[in-house]
Design a protein around this ligand. Structure first.
Ligand code: BGC
Length: 340
């Protein structure tokens, strides 16, 4: 189902699309390939929208901080000082987050107008990022597919090809609240270490074991339980805003988020090496969908990704895509309910 979402400030009409199966309904926009709504059944059989968002395209355009629901790229997360060299050439990108480059720059993929194609339970968004856009080299052709499966899951698949070497790291920036207080949700993360950050949230290159720290989510615990711990890493992020190094490789379970209030649980599966856990520490007070009051820590983003600032760390998996190669990545959000 397709309908008008609203006219963007550049005059382009943004559309919203609904894909649906017996259990799930996802509403998406071609503005930033954004996930606007995701309805899932709760333990009582009612339907709940589990992602944050806004009612209008104007609100999405006006928000330059949260990336709520959007596709993020060309390189999600931070690049130190907005500079990198690739094959001996220097590149300068927008510095839009303190001293660093964040989430693709000033006009990132979260603001792209995509071409959409619907097929049964799947929706495809296509767009081209021209050579030099936001300072990145190479023309990048991208496709993001959102698909619902019969096992209560939303699949997001990314595909990109380039005509010149360029870094690529795509993610979706949905903030989840499965019901009630987000900080009371329990979270389990299949990760034994995080990449250590400096005070500007740039990795130092060190990998910090989570054992014995507030970052130990190897057993499920309430997200808020240790968020106030006197640990330097938490102080740098004003809470959790860190890349967890996921165990194993290939498609595997990365995390499970649960709300005891609604009985909704969500498993995250991905083939990415890392996942940024961001507890909306700087969300601020704002009005969301249907007048919902949003504030700091009202939801959690689980952003599957390559490691932040990988271009500056030889020991991190590479984010460089070369002509002839295909960037492919998939993340699945799988829902189930538990008795409350
Ligand atoms: C980053 C945060 C940032 C947020 C919203 C997250 O992915 O890690 O530092 O504040 O996105 O922009």
């Amino acid at each position: 189902m397709k309908k008008e979402f609203g006219r963007r400030s550049d005059g382009v009409m943004a559309y919203q699309y609904t894909i649906q199966n017996e259990s799930l309904t996802a509403v998406l926009s071609d503005h930033g390939a954004t996930l606007l709504k995701l309805f899932v059944p709760d333990a009582a059989g009612n339907v709940a929208d589990v992602v944050l968002g806004y009612d209008s395209v104007e609100q999405y355009e006006a928000d330059r901080d949260t990336y709520v629901g959007a596709l993020v790229g060309r390189v999600a997360n931070r690049i130190a000082k907005g500079r990198f060299s690739l094959d001996g050439k220097e590149y300068a990108l927008a510095v839009n987050n303190g001293p660093n480059h964040l989430h693709g720059g000033v006009e990132g993929f979260d603001r792209k107008v995509c071409r959409a194609a619907v097929s049964n339970d799947a929706l495809f968004f296509y767009f081209v990022s021209p050579d030099g856009e936001e300072g990145y080299p190479g023309t990048l052709r991208c496709c993001v597919q959102y698909r619902l499966d019969e096992d209560n899951a939303l699949h997001i698949r990314y595909r990109a090809e380039t005509d010149a070497p360029t870094p690529v790291n795509l993610t979706n920036h949905s903030y989840f609240n499965l019901g009630g207080e987000a900080m009371a949700h329990t979270l389990q993360i299949f990760a034994d270490a995080i990449t250590e950050n400096d005070e500007t949230s740039i990795p130092t290159g060190a990998m910090l074991p989570v054992a014995g720290t507030a970052f130990d989510f190897t057993e499920a615990k309430a997200i808020g339980r240790d968020i106030g711990a006197q640990e330097q890493q938490l102080k740098f992020g004003n809470g959790y805003d860190h890349n967890f190094i996921l165990r194993g490789e290939g498609m595997r379970e990365a995390a499970v988020l649960r709300s005891a209030e609604s009985g909704i649980a969500m498993a995250v599966e991905t083939d990415c090496p890392g996942m940024q856990v961001y507890t909306a520490n700087f969300f601020g007070d704002r009005e969301g969908k249907g007048g919902a009051p949003y504030s700091n820590r009202c939801a959690v983003a689980l952003e599957t990704q390559s490691f932040p600032d990988a271009l500056h760390h030889e020991n991190f998996p590479s984010v460089v895509l070369r002509p002839g190669e295909v960037y492919e990545s998939e993340t699945v959000y799988r829902f189930f309910t538990e008795d409350v």
